[in-house]
Ligand binder design. Structure first.
Ligand SMILES: [Zn+2]
Length: 324
């Protein structure tokens, strides 16, 4: 069987992936970021059209279940813009969910992840709209009439000690990986230790390291840790452009240089990780192509920048899909 990348419009030959924003968001909402919701399909279309005009071919959205993924818009947006879009299942940290509805989500969690990877994204819990009370809101994302399948599982680690929530979510993500082959993308916290993620997903739950993609690499500017994880086969997403100004982002080129020097250039992916309306003003996906990639090419040569932008994501997201 030939590995494919599971997009919202179907399974794609990795050779067709092209220039890829490997970690980003067209739609996302969290109670932690009130007023910063990315929830407008027209705005998402503007982002994708600009990305396509700059030469972008594929866009991987890391928004998990229950955070307003735009499930009913992704297929249309991909079709009208010509950009391949990969959607995610999974769950983020507990703080991003309504504490009243979260416990119910734990029932059948791995089954939900598997269904979203193999059958289609499912409806998310309704959210209360801001503003004066009106008639009850309809469920936010009705199960799409068009089956839109997820192509990866998004999870997150904790800033401190691993919580019961994270233990459940990572166990379910590993189950879903074993059932389907799907890659697992992980949100890292600045004070977290990525070895805890590898211990849990790989050592405890048997997920191969090359099926794990760690986001926010520059939040952990310890090159020894990067080298150890890269040697295990883990992928890293360098996802700075929409977060310009984060102190660690200034170290991104040093981090890349060290990994390249250590022979791990094949482990690096690039993303813009736009999570708020404020960040969207930075045009992350387009700047990735118009600013970051040319600078990478000048520093490391066009071959390596092409590896980070195109060949590495084609390998990281391609899967021998299984249906349990
Ligand atoms: Zn993200």
């Amino acid at each position: 069987m030939t590995p494919t990348i599971r997009t919202v419009l179907g399974d794609l030959d990795p050779a067709e992936l092209g220039a890829t924003d490997s970690h980003d968001h067209l739609f996302i909402r969290s109670p932690l970021l009130p007023g910063e919701e990315l929830d407008d399909p027209a705005a998402a279309e503007v982002v994708l059209r600009a990305f396509a005009a700059a030469g972008g071919r594929s866009f991987v959205q890391w928004t998990p279940y229950g955070m307003g993924r735009g499930a009913d818009s992704l297929a249309r947006l991909s079709r009208v813009t010509g950009v391949h879009v990969v959607a995610a299942t999974g769950l983020h940290q507990a703080a991003h969910y309504d504490p009243d509805t979260l416990p119910a989500l734990y029932d059948g969690l791995s089954e939900r992840f598997i269904a979203e990877l193999t059958t289609g994204l499912t409806a998310e819990p309704a959210t209360e709209p801001p503003g004066p009370p009106g008639p009850p809101a309809a469920p936010e994302a009705p199960a799409s009439p068009e089956a839109v399948r997820a192509g990866l599982i998004k999870v997150a680690c904790d800033p401190g000690t691993t919580t019961a929530h994270t233990r459940r979510v990572m166990a379910a993500a590993a189950d879903a990986h074993h059932a389907t082959g799907a890659p697992i993308a992980v949100h890292l916290e600045p004070r977290a230790h990525p070895h805890l993620v590898l211990n849990r997903l790989h050592v405890r739950h048997g997920v191969p390291p090359h099926r794990i993609i760690l986001g926010h690499l520059t939040r952990l500017p310890d090159v020894r840790v990067h080298r150890e994880l890269a040697a295990e086969g883990v992928y890293f997403a360098l996802d700075s452009p929409s977060r310009a100004g984060h102190p660690a982002d200034h170290q991104a080129f040093d981090v890349i240089a060290d990994l390249v020097e250590a022979g791990h250039a094949s482990r690096l992916l690039l993303g813009a990780d736009t999570t708020t309306r404020t960040a969207r003003r930075a045009d992350g996906p387009t700047e990735l192509l118009n600013d970051l990639v040319p600078r990478l090419a000048r520093t490391f040569g066009p071959e390596l920048s092409g590896l980070f932008l195109t060949a590495n994501p084609a390998a990281a997201f391609a899967t021998d899909w299984r249906t349990p």
